[in-house]
Design a protein around this ligand. Structure first.
Ligand SMILES: NC(=O)c1ccc[n+]([C@@H]2O[C@H](COP(=O)([O-])OP(=O)(O)OC[C@H]3O[C@@H](n4cnc5c(N)ncnc54)[C@H](OP(=O)(O)O)[C@@H]3O)[C@@H](O)[C@H]2O)c1
Length: 251
C-alpha cells in the first residue's frame, strides 16, 4: 500500500486546523506543529488509521525551530511514496507605520520573521534533505499572502515576511529539483487572524474598513472549504509549475 507522510505547521486553529483535519483522513502519517495541541485532530486521525504525532514547538523561537527541524526530519521514515510539507503557521506581527516601529518593537519584528520566514527556511531545508534520496513524490506549499505582493500601509512587517517567503520558495525550487514547491496566497479567510485585523486601530492600519466590509458582506472564505480546494490543488498533475500562485485563480 502506498504511504504518504504529511507535515503541517499551525495545526491548532484556522486554515492549518482545517488542512490537518482533512489530511488526517487521507494520509498514513501526519506530523503537526503548533504551540497548542488539537485534541480533535488526534481523535480524527485515530478514527482513520492515521499515525499522528503533534509537536508543541514555538516557531518564533530559534531554538525551538532548530529542535523541530532535528526532531522531525533527522529520522524521517524513508519508505513513503509521497511527502507533503505545508508551512502554514503565520502571524501578522506588529502592525503600525514607521512612526510606531521603534526599538520597543524590535523583538516583535524578530519573532514575526522567525515564524513567517526563518522557520519555513529551516523546516523546508531539513525536509528537502530528508526526502532527497527517497525517490518519492515530494511537494511543499508555503502559505503566503497577497500582502507579500501588494504594499499595504501598517503591514510593513507582514508584507516583508510574505515577500521573503515568496522569494525563498523560488530559490529552494531551483536548488531542489527532486521537489515541487509553491508559495500560495490563500485569499481572505474567516479565521482568528481576520478577527484580529478587524480589531486593529485604523491609525495603525488604514485599510481596516476594507476587511470589515468583506466580513459584513460574507465574503471571507470558509477555512474547511478552502482547505479542500488547497488539497485538490496540491494533488494536481501540474502542481509546482506556477511557483508563486494564488488559490483564487482556481475554481
Ligand atoms: N486569515 C487570512 O485571511 C489570511 C490571508 C492571507 C494569508 N493568510 C496566511 O494563512 C496562514 C494561516 O492563517 P490563519 O488565518 O489560519 O491564522 P490563525 O487563525 O491566526 O492561526 C495561526 C496558526 O499558526 C500557529 N502559530 C502561531 N504562532 C505560532 C508559533 N509561534 N509557533 C507555532 N505555531 C504558531 C497557531 O497555533 P498556536 O497559536 O497554537 O501556536 C495557529 O495554529 C498564515 O500563514 C497567514 O499568514 C491568512
Amino acid at each position: 500500500m502506498s504511504k504518504t507522510i504529511a507535515i503541517v505547521t499551525g495545526s491548532s486553529r484556522g486554515l492549518g486546523a482545517a488542512l490537518a483535519s482533512q489530511l488526517a483522513t487521507q494520509v498514513s502519517q501526519l506530523i503537526t506543529i503548533a504551540r497548542t495541541d488539537n485534541m480533535q485532530l488526534h481523535a480524527l486521525a485515530l478514527q482513520h488509521g492515521c499515525h499522528h504525532v503533534h509537536n508543541g514547538f514555538n516557531l518564533s523561537n530559534p531554538e525551538h525551530i532548530n529542535a523541530a527541524a532535528l526532531d522531525i526530519f533527522l529520522e524521517l521514515d524513508q519508505s513513503a511514496s509521497q511527502y507533503i510539507l505545508i508551512n502554514n503557521a503565520g502571524t501578522l506581527g506588529p502592525v503600525g507605520q514607521y512612526n510606531s516601529l521603534g526599538h520597543e518593537k524590535a523583538q516583535d519584528i524578530a519573532s514575526a520573521f522567525n515564524l513567517n520566514v526563518n522557520s519555513v527556511i529551516m523546516l523546508t531545508s531539513a525536509f528537502l534533505a530528508a526526502t532527497r534520496n527517497t525517490g518519492a513524490d515530494v511537494r511543499v506549499i508555503n502559505i503566503s499572502s497577497g500582502a507579500g505582493r501588494s504594499p499595504t500601509p501598517g503591514w510593513s512587517v507582514y508584507c516583508a515576511t510574505k515577500a521573503a517567503l515568496d522569494m525563498y520558495t523560488r530559490v529552494a525550487r531551483q536548488e531542489a529539483p527532486h521537489a515541487r514547491l509553491v508559495s500560495l496566497a490563500p485569499g481572505v479567510i474567516d479565521t482568528g487572524m481576520q478577527k484580529q485585523i478587524r480589531e486593529l486601530d485604523p491609525g495603525d492600519f488604514p485599510n481596516r474598513a476594507r476587511f470589515t466590509q468583506l466580513h459584513e458582506k460574507g465574503e471571507l472564505s470558509n477555512p474547511e472549504q478552502l482547505a479542500t480546494k488547497i488539497l485538490n490543488y496540491l494533488h494536481r498533475d501540474d502542481f509546482g509549475q506556477t511557483e508563486i500562485d494564488d488559490i483564487r485563480h482556481y475554481s
